[in-house]
Design a binder for this molecule. Sequence first.
Ligand code: FAD
Ligand code: 2HG
Ligand code: ZN
Length: 457
Amino acid sequence: MSLPAAVLDALRDAVGPAHVLTDPDATGGYAIDWTGRFRGRTPAVVRPADSDEVARVLAACNEARVPVVPQGGNTGLVGGSVPGAGEVVVSLRRLDRIESVDPRAAQLTAGAGATIAAVQRAASGAGFRYAVDLGAREVATVGGTIATNAGGLHVLRYGPTRRQVVGIEAVLADGRTIRRLEGLEKDNTGYDLVSLLCGSEGTLAVVTAARLRVVPRLACTVTALVAFDSVAEAVDAVGTCRRDLDSLHAVELFLGDGLQLVCEHLALPRPFPDRHHAYLLVECAAATDPSEQLGDVVASLATARAVAVAVDDARRRNLWRYREGHTEAINQLGAPHKFDVTLPADRLAPFVDSIGDVVRAVVPEARVWVFGHAGDGNVHVNVTGVAPDDDAPAEAVLTAVARAGGSISAEHGIGVAKRRWLPLTRSATELELFRALKQAFDPRGILNPRVLVPPEP
Ligand code: FAD
Ligand code: 2HG
Ligand code: ZN
């Protein structure tokens, strides 16, 4: 796992010797994922400062056929940012410049390494908001969220990351750069390369900057936590919220056992004196106070067993802790197997109710946790108590999802974790096109070669 001296020299030449890390003590953190499930090693972490340096780095690696893994915040949950086969890591974090918002266009330009929280702050400073929000906001980057087409908490209102991206600057494997940062909302001049790069998981090009839409900042936000006796009742309530709340901003689902775990591991007080089977976190945001509207709709839910409403920021954050704390609390049980799946709305409740048994039928010792973005039909199935390399949970969960007409990835992408199962929901013809695209963008196959695109059968 060492690099030819000429390649190391070229990398040092491109970014400066201080930004080519080779000491395992310095590179270790770049070679393990957030969950601890995916681990690798790398001969070098290269930290370019701008798109020209990225171009020089990729040209050198391409010339020598050295595979690379692009990396942003390394919060991805499918192993796509980890050098599992000794790849060079190209860290984009130094490309973190954010230009001021153009209020006439409601857009800003951000470097690939800017964090989502920094983009949110920049948007908010100009009276706008960046519509993408997720638990990893302080670390996840613009480039990483574009590469995974990240979803998050407000997809039901604003769509996923792809819908926020007006333009992209990206470097191809051979060092050539494409740049479409003019911010043209309408541009029908052929294939939409910007959209294609969203969700391409670092396999087609390295994103170096993006032109992003921002949305109006809504002055008033109110959040309710509602308890139900069954998942089916909670899912039906999602329909009522979608129909009756025009200010609906987020609808998140979690279950009684997940809440118990979060309360124990994060030392939080229980929200209600009684235990319930399913919980919905419903948030509304509008220019004028939506409390009354949300209160009326919640009061109309005959199946609601308990309700807590929060208007001020501190109390709202406390309610969100019950939902956002799931990822952190589950990780304390040991590296989980994570599945981010979408189901058609009419299959969501039966899926949530049955998936624990489906997994335990093949791995009896497994513990199964389900929570997610109920408004989008997207639930996260986390399985703990299983060895990191055991494929049985993936086989069971992803097959059940495909049978139910769902998608095996709603938001985290395919990465290395799910590549084997991509044919479950993508046809042979689609996969041939995937390979043809990969070949066109990256003929030597140096960009994230173990990620997303399955090899020829
Ligand atoms: P990384 O993890 O560094 O990389 C992810 C993928 O993108 C890899 O394949 C990598 O090679 C590629 N990549 C990274 N940067 C670039 C670039 N500049 N150009 C080309 N390819 C690149 N995800 C959601 O969708 N919704 C959520 O609600 C959500 N919540 C989360 C909460 C927590 C606590 C955690 C830990 C993760 C969560 N995630 C969520 C997953 C993760 O944050 C997202 O996948 C995010 O988009 C990853 O961004 P990153 O900068 O960390 O990318
Ligand atoms: C979330 O919605 C993230 O909180 C992470 O997508 C999900 O931990 C997970 O499985
Ligand atoms: Zn999620």
